[in-house]
Ligand binder design. Structure first.
Ligand SMILES: [Zn+2]
Length: 259
């Protein structure tokens, strides 16, 4: 059974000791592709380096809302990297009004500038959103979606809201990125939303090293744990696991134009 992890951070310090071994066992375990996501200038460069090194790894480049205060200094690097082969999206970008590690006006400036980059380069976006769904939908509807000219907008990664927000993103053409948050006991409303999201619009991810599956809480996550996301979706939708795996692989290849 083939699977793709559509959102990993293999270059993060958590993998410094054993990154190669983690990648080897991910590939041996059935992952046929991984998308390594940038969060600032240096992690975006590292993502591109990884994509050059491994045929199965693809990269995204972008400045995360946590690092938006530094966007001006990072902008030239991000623009340069965005043109590199195997860069499949701009991200992760968006708004985070939960941790507020950058000021809101800086987050909005960085987000808008990177939406512009995605439009110009005709690449989808990987969206990060926390406690800012209303604001992010407003920006997308005003500054991004009218300019897509029929292209796919991207994915709302680590989706954690309920059905109403899921429906809005679906209506705007977004894919929904689900991870092991759907295995956590408190997330009943998220699980209810998953039941209603059409399988043909779901992609799966780990966001490793973060968000291990429920039975491994407190440990480092790794790409192979994406199987637990697929299993939970299969259970919630009462579908064969194989069907969930095949659909999410096809969806990920489609949205990111993986070869
Ligand atoms: Zn991430």
């Amino acid at each position: 059974m083939e699977l793709i992890d559509s959102h990993v951070h293999l270059n993060f310090p958590d993998f410094r000791e054993d990154m190669e071994a983690v990648i080897e066992r991910s590939l041996a375990g059935g992952l046929t592709a991984m998308v390594n996501v940038g969060t600032d200038a240096s992690t975006s460069q590292e993502s591109v380096n990884l994509a050059h090194r491994y045929r199965e790894i693809y990269a995204t480049v972008g400045v995360h809302p946590h690092s938006a205060d530094g966007y001006t200094e990072a902008a030239d690097t991000i623009k340069y990297l965005a043109h590199q082969p195997k860069v499949v999206a701009i991200g992760e970008i968006g708004l985070d009004y939960f941790r507020n590690l950058s000021a809101h006006d800086k987050q909005l400036d960085a987000f808008r500038a990177q939406l512009e980059l995605a439009v110009v380069l005709e690449k989808p976006i990987v969206l990060h959103c926390r406690d800012a769904y209303t604001e992010i939908l407003g920006v997308l509807e005003r500054d991004y979606l009218p300019r897509l000219d029929g292209r796919l907008p991207g994915v709302i990664h680590s989706f954690a809201a309920g059905s109403a927000h899921a429906q809005r993103f679906l209506k705007l053409g977004f894919y929904i990125g689900l991870n092991n948050l759907i295995t956590y006991p408190k997330n009943d409303s998220l699980r209810e939303a998953v039941k209603l999201i059409p399988l043909e619009r779901i992609i799966i991810e780990t966001d490793c090293p973060y968000l291990p599956p429920q039975h491994l809480r407190g440990t480092r996550s790794e790409p192979l744990h994406v199987i637990e996301v697929a299993k939970m979706i299969a259970e919630l939708k009462q579908l064969p696991l194989k069907q969930v795996a095949e659909a999410t692989v096809a969806n990920t290849r489609h949205i990111f134009k993986l070869s």
